[in-house]
Design a protein around this ligand. Structure first.
Ligand SMILES: [Zn+2]
Length: 301
């Protein structure tokens, strides 16, 4: 199936697009994709890209851990331990953002449902949407309630959630602006939208360049940075209130990136620890340019 080509920047609409980098899909297809950058607003995105109807085959790999609870291997073990800690941190964060009490939560792209299950246990009323059949079945079982397809978003009552979360999800969404509009509609006025995505301006992105694992083409359609996320959300009437670090991601992404490098350049654990530590230190000194950033925005009351 032919790939689709975007003629205009998905953020600002400018037709002035230039090739920025060529990146190979090293985890599934081995195909090479082009990342383009908008010359007006600086937004970077995969272009051309597989359309919504043909992207499914690029997810068909056991390596795609967020869709597969049973995956093995050292990296996946590390991921699972990290996930256990981050679920607790995430639930504590949304509870704090909601004034210290649970409320109504929508997790858009909930994967296998670990975060939703943790939030439900902490007293949140939860709703989850997930496109992958396999992950959705897992999540339905884990959370103990039906998880629906993302299309159900349009049918959710307006203004019904205090918090909506997208943990490494927005970079996968073909209908970027339409989905954002629907998410904002589902938020209560004064409700919080939390968007976690990789940061293409982080030090680990600069260090690994075309081997940076968080490019993850063609599954990642967009390669956000704080400036372009600010621009995107502003166009939807939202202001970013907080930018929080996801410090573990620097290590996880560096570990995957070392494996993407040519064998003669690939480093071991020490290289991973050094790259992860340096990335977080850099971010601490450069306005929060972490490997991945969690953006917190509020729907105006
Ligand atoms: Zn643009």
């Amino acid at each position: 199936m032919a790939n689709e080509v975007l003629i205009n920047c998905p953020v600002c609409g400018s037709p002035a697009l230039a090739d920025k980098l060529h990146v190979q899909d090293k985890s599934v297809s081995q195909e090479t994709f082009t990342i383009q950058q908008c010359q007006a607003c600086g937004f970077q995105f995969t272009n051309p890209r597989p359309g919504a109807a043909s992207i499914g085959k690029y997810y068909e790999s056991d390596a795609y851990v967020s869709h597969n609870s049973g995956a093995q291997g050292l990296i996946n073990q590390v991921y699972k331990v990290a996930r256990h800690f981050t679920v607790r941190r995430k639930v504590a964060l949304i509870t704090k953002l909601n004034g210290g009490r649970p409320g109504n939560l929508l997790d858009y792209g909930c994967g296998t449902g670990h975060f939703l299950a943790g939030a439900k246990k902490a007293g949140w009323q939860v709703t989850g949407l997930e496109p992958s059949d396999r992950a959705r079945q897992d999540a339905t079982e884990r959370v103990g309630q039906a998880i629906q397809q993302p299309e159900a978003l349009a049918t959710l009552p307006a203004g019904s959630f205090e918090v909506i979360t997208l943990w490494h999800v927005l970079e996968h969404v073909h209908t970027l602006n339409e989905t954002l509009d629907q998410l904002i509609r589902a938020l209560k006025p004064g409700g919080q939208l939390l968007i976690a995505v990789p940061n293409v301006d982080s030090l680990d992105a600069q260090h690994y360049r075309q081997d940076w694992a968080a490019y993850d083409v063609p599954r990642h359609l967009y390669h956000f940075a704080p400036a372009t996320m600010r621009e995107l959300l502003a166009r939807h009437g939202l202001v970013i209130k907080q930018k929080l670090p996801l410090a573990l991601d620097a290590y996880y992404v560096s570990m995957l990136s070392e494996r993407h490098r040519p064998a003669e350049q690939a480093g071991g654990l020490l290289s991973v620890l050094r790259a992860g530590f340096k990335s977080n230190s850099y971010a601490g000194q450069h306005d929060g340019q972490y490997s991945s950033v969690l953006y917190v925005a509020e729907r105006p009351a």
